[in-house]
Write a protein that binds this ligand. Structure first.
Ligand SMILES: NC(=O)c1ccc[n+]([C@@H]2O[C@H](COP(=O)([O-])OP(=O)(O)OC[C@H]3O[C@@H](n4cnc5c(N)ncnc54)[C@H](OP(=O)(O)O)[C@@H]3O)[C@@H](O)[C@H]2O)c1
Length: 354
């Protein structure tokens, strides 16, 4: 079968190869999925550039270690190339290893979350059965392929990390992103108001159509002035940052009394200047979020509840995620270039059964 694999952490797309490899067999508790479609997410670029590896090397539990782990127990090691790429996708379960859950998924169309070394950008992917979730017939393949990483992260950040309350304000940057659209969908369920930061007007009409009342275009508006106007001078209760750099610092400075910022991405810069008193004086908080480690710390029951909510949120938000282009697996290099093209809108997807 064809598989998209990374050969080195050189950072360039020339380290990405389409290779012919044996079709994998599912082990106990695992399913094999005949893949149909996968998105290219920012996290896939992090695996290609080795950004996760560099981040993990800084962590105390990896200090002085040769092998770099995602967790202190060292149960999940960062893979060493060559490895298969692709973090999520959709397909049909065509084989199941021993185990009730795996067998019950046979023949079902599922959204799956995986990631290197066993990626989803291949004709067949093997995953633990609990990482494959049957999807409603009403979702297209494109929608189902994007159903897990972003909507689930939005649900978990809003519910578990921020604990967002009704009648509050939440400020988010990169508001044109797929994840931000799930946050807007959640705002309607939970009764809070989003303030959406974008760098220009390209996303504004689409965000308003989703029900977002407040959109701040930073190329023509002053972020702090707008937050003061919208919140009547009180500042926001919550903020979500995936850009870093000066924008993250500006988000901190918009927090009201008891405010809470969650950091979940570094699309613009890996760090920012934090003025300690911007947190101290409003007794505000900053939290971090990383989906893999967050899920690993959740009980199976709590995870089931989150997945139930995910279905509702995804049903509402996935059809709003714009699909820019769909490429075949053999066209992965063009797809990767397209996914980082400046100024372009929407997700780039890979068709894996063409
Ligand atoms: N921590 C976790 O576990 C976790 C889980 C899921 C997602 N994430 C993160 O969530 C973020 C969004 O993911 P996604 O898949 O929803 O993204 P996406 O749909 O690909 O959209 C990315 C958005 O980011 C904006 N952007 C990129 N670079 C920017 C910059 N330097 N300054 C301002 N805006 C910039 C783009 O704006 P334009 O449209 O203006 O170009 C685009 O709207 C990513 O950082 C991803 O890594 C983290």
């Amino acid at each position: 079968m064809k598989s998209v694999r990374l050969h080195s952490l050189s950072g360039g797309f020339d380290a990405v190869h389409v290779e012919d490899v044996p079709v994998p067999e599912p082990g106990p508790g695992e399913v094999r999925v005949k893949m149909r479609m996968s998105p290219i997410n920012p996290s896939d670029h992090n695996y290609i550039r080795g950004a996760y590896l560099k981040a993990l090397e800084r962590l105390i539990w990896n200090h002085g270690k040769d092998e770099i782990a995602f967790d202190p127990e060292r149960t999940r090691l960062h893979p060493t190339p060559p490895y298969a790429l692709g973090g999520e996708g959709v397909g049909v379960v065509d084989a199941a290893g021993p185990g009730m859950l795996a067998r019950r998924l046979m023949g079902k169309r599922v959204a799956l979350i995986s990631g290197p070394p066993r990626g989803t950008w291949q004709e067949y992917a093997v995953v633990e059965a609990k990482r494959a979730i049957p999807v409603p017939d009403t979702w297209t393949d494109a929608e189902a392929s994007m159903a897990l990483i972003n909507p689930l992260s939005a649900v978990l950040m809003l519910r578990d990390v921020l604990g967002v309350r009704r009648g509050t304000f939440l400020l988010q940057d990169a508001a044109g992103s797929a994840l931000a659209k799930s946050v807007i969908a959640m705002s309607q369920r939970l009764g809070f108001e989003t303030i959406n930061v974008v760098r220009d007007g390209r996303h504004t009409a689409a965000l308003r159509a989703l029900g977002a009342r407040h959109v701040i275009e930073t190329d023509s508006m002053d972020l702090r002035d707008e937050v003061v106007r919208i919140t009547r001078g009180r500042g926001v209760d919550y903020a979500m940052d995936c850009i870093g750099g000066p924008l993250a610092a500006e988000l901190v400075s918009c927090l009201g009394l008891g405010g809470h910022l969650v950091l979940y991405g570094t699309l613009g810069a890996p760090s920012f200047d934090l003025h300690s008193r911007d947190l101290m004086m409003p007794v505000a908080r900053v939290s971090g979020f990383f989906l893999g480690n967050h899920v690993a710390r959740k009980s199976p029951l709590a995870m089931l509840r989150a997945l139930r909510e995910l279905r509702a949120v995804a049903s509402r938000s996935l059809s709003d995620v714009e699909v820019r282009e769909i490429y075949t697996l053999d066209e992965v290099h063009r797809a990767l270039e397209a996914s980082v093209a400046p100024g372009a809108r929407g997700k780039v997807l890979l068709r894996l059964d063409a």
